[in-house]
Ligand binder design. Structure first.
Ligand SMILES: *[C@@H]1O[C@H](CO)[C@@H](O)[C@H](O)[C@H]1NC(C)=O
Ligand SMILES: *[C@@H]1O[C@H](CO)[C@@H](O)[C@H](O)[C@H]1NC(C)=O
Ligand SMILES: *[C@@H]1O[C@H](CO)[C@@H](O)[C@H](O)[C@H]1NC(C)=O
Ligand SMILES: *[C@@H]1O[C@H](CO)[C@@H](O)[C@H](O)[C@H]1NC(C)=O
Ligand SMILES: *[C@@H]1O[C@H](CO)[C@@H](O)[C@H](O)[C@H]1NC(C)=O
Ligand SMILES: *[C@@H]1O[C@H](CO)[C@@H](O)[C@H](O)[C@H]1NC(C)=O
Ligand SMILES: *[C@@H]1O[C@H](CO)[C@@H](O)[C@H](O)[C@H]1NC(C)=O
Ligand SMILES: *[C@@H]1O[C@H](CO)[C@@H](O)[C@H](O)[C@H]1NC(C)=O
Ligand SMILES: CC(=O)N[C@H]1CO[C@H](CO)[C@@H](O)[C@@H]1O
Length: 520
């Protein structure tokens, strides 16, 4: 009551001072010139202290001959891109093929500065998610000393179709990974136009989006430039399934259903996007196919674990890497009722696995440790899909890393995301029901949790301190406990209602076994 009584006259006087505020709003928004486009902010203002530039094309429209192909630079644009010129606010690659857009959120006074840059890569099992699923309003409450970038990468059939037949006809495997690489190349080339420092980029990613960065570090066997200067990776997810055979069978099955006999590439490039997506989804369900990056001998020379152990990567930190206490083992895997089901589920995930390897896995996860086969498989998957990756990267960086275990709420996959992305308002409320992870695509991602705001702010401060100073401890030091590096004692912080440090237990026989990928 009191508040609105106070605000009404203020609003009236503002309207009087700026008579046509509504009409002139769009044209008065700041613009940023790039050598191929002029982009105009879609939201934000000086009082708020930042602006959002939306749906910047960072790559050419990936349709026609560019389907199943590496991303290319976009062509010159003749009209001002006001954020909705080419696509709607929440455009995502699961629903639209013309989806390679990026959002840049920049402080109001950034031009001419060299601010640290956060590049955010979403998760969703390589089949779902979008750049607008998580937004930085809450982070900007704490600091306006950074630029925030989020981008889409191709998903599922158009992002991760891997077929030797298609490659022999000129296609490229793993194009979703090239999209991520291209987004970083765009940031390095253009972010200074927004006031960002191309030599101070922090990669922040979750699940598939965290794994993307292990692929970037190890791409081309480690023989390539670093795309980012530091990384804050939460729960990297990836199933190192198998090589050419299953990818080819899937391609053939989809192409047959699409009327492209023999998997002909030029035919497959003409199938309407929605038909292709629907067919791929049906075929996937028929045998539990995993849309995952696969070794192509080029961008992915070998599983990233294998390359991390061999030192074939180009990244030296600083690095934060975290996992949940119960990424996947808090509930049983449905449909896994007997030990025979556990074995057959392993064959589904790893089509080339042999019986002796399955035997060894079952010995590492003894039946007596679990209340049911469903819980046993859920725990096995927690290791191979998620936690074993954390140890591989920590070890590769000689333990010179900051590690965390999340024990908040149910501590299932993605619980921490509600904390890092906690905010009290949305600059632009979502226009779509943000696409939920498709069934079977990955480990279930925790739904929206109402986080404890005090804990959420602490986690945001660790993240932003890392972004601003390359150390999660430096800023807001009095507001949170000291987070030591992993070091010789395998120390990790535990994110819970009360935070503390303890010894990490991921350097175990299970992680070491999975990191060998003996079915590959
Ligand atoms: C600035 O933007 C915020 C968020 O959209 C809005 O609440 C506020 O009214 C705007 N302020 C001005 C002066 O336009
Ligand atoms: C943005 O641009 C499109 C066409 O480029 C136009 O139709 C639309 O009205 C513009 N929106 C605003 C808010 O100016
Ligand atoms: C690793 O990255 C750095 C920084 O981008 C670059 O200077 C160096 O040449 C890269 N190393 C290799 C082997 O490509
Ligand atoms: C695409 O799907 C629609 C709806 O199911 C169908 O009518 C159309 O024939 C399909 N087009 C092709 C080229 O398969
Ligand atoms: C496991 O049990 C469920 C429920 O009893 C049943 O629907 C399902 O078919 C069983 N799965 C297998 C693989 O037997
Ligand atoms: C890293 O941590 C592991 C697990 O505790 C330990 O075995 C290893 O000795 C440590 N390595 C270094 C270089 O501290
Ligand atoms: C590791 O643990 C040992 C034994 O408790 C202790 O003496 C040492 O200070 C610890 N090192 C670090 C870096 O915390
Ligand atoms: C996290 O906090 C909850 C609530 O206080 C507690 O029940 C749980 O045991 C804690 N977990 C860990 C691993 O500290
Ligand atoms: C579900 C499906 O269509 N599976 C077929 C995929 O193709 C192989 C041969 O390449 C068949 O054996 C499967 O039945």
């Amino acid at each position: 009551m009191h508040l609105s009584a106070f605000l009404l006259p203020l609003a009236a006087s503002l309207a009087a001072a700026v008579p046509s505020a509504r009409a002139s709003k769009a044209s008065s928004m700041p613009t940023v010139s790039l050598d191929y486009s002029t982009v105009q902010a879609v939201a934000g203002n000086e009082t708020l202290g930042y602006y959002k530039y939306q749906n910047i094309r960072f790559a050419a429209v990936p349709t026609g001959d560019l389907r199943f192909a590496k991303p290319e630079w976009p062509s010159v644009e003749s009209v001002i891109n006001n954020g909705t010129t080419y696509a709607s606010q929440d455009v995502d690659c699961g629903s639209y093929e013309d989806c390679l857009y990026m959002d840049v959120w920049a402080p109001a006074n950034a031009k001419g500065k060299k601010l640290p840059v956060v590049v955010w890569t979403y998760g969703g099992g390589f089949t779902s998610g979008s750049k607008s699923k998580s937004t930085p309003e809450g982070l900007f409450d704490l600091s306006k000393g950074f630029i925030f970038v989020a981008f889409n990468y191709r998903l599922g059939m158009t992002g991760l179709a891997n077929s030797v037949t298609a490659v022999h006809q000129g296609a490229t495997d793993n194009v979703a990974l090239y999209d991520v690489e291209h987004a970083y190349k765009w940031v390095k080339k253009y972010i200074r136009n927004f006031g960002g420092d191309p030599d101070d980029i922090t990669a922040v990613g979750f699940s598939a989006g965290a794994s993307m960065h292990l692929f970037m570090m190890t791409r081309f066997g480690g023989h390539n430039e670093q795309l980012f200067n530091k990384a804050y990776l939460t729960s990297p997810g990836f199933v190192p399934g198998a090589g050419h055979h299953q990818g080819e069978m899937f391609w053939q099955n989809v192409s047959t259903a699409a009327g492209c006999s023999g998997g002909d590439l030029s035919c497959m490039r003409k199938v309407p996007f929605s038909n292709l997506s629907d067919i791929a989804s049906d075929v996937r369900q028929a045998y539990g196919y995993q849309f995952q990056p696969r070794v192509d001998g080029d961008f992915i020379a070998d599983t990233y674990e294998s390359q991390l152990y061999q030192g074939r990567f180009n990244f030296s930190g600083p690095l934060v890497i975290t996992h949940e206490q119960h990424e996947n083992n808090g509930s049983p895997t449905s449909g896994v009722n007997t030990t025979a089901d556990v074995r057959s589920e392993l064959r589904t995930f790893f089509p080339a696995i042999t019986e002796d390897v399955i035997d060894e896995i079952l010995e590492l996860y003894p039946e007596s440790d679990y209340t049911s086969p469903g819980y046993r498989f859920a725990d096995i998957r927690q290791s191979f899909d998620l936690t074993a990756h954390d140890y591989a990267l920590t070890r590769a960086l000689n333990n010179n890393t900051w590690n965390a275990m999340v024990a908040l709420n149910q501590a299932s996959h993605g619980t921490d995301q509600s904390y890092y992305w906690y905010n009290t308002y949305s600059l632009l409320p979502s226009t779509s029901s943000k696409s939920a992870p498709a069934a079977g695509s990955g480990v279930t991602i925790a739904g929206n949790i109402s986080p404890n705001p005090t804990v959420a702010r602490k986690m945001q401060k660790y993240l932003l301190s890392f972004v601003l100073t390359a150390n999660p401890n430096t800023k807001w030091a009095g507001d949170k406990i000291h987070w030591p590096k992993y070091g010789a004692n395998a120390t990790e912080i535990v994110f819970n209602s009360t935070m503390y440090t303890m010894e990490d237990d991921l350097a175990n026989a299970k992680s070491l076994y999975w990191n060998k990928a003996l079915w590959y």
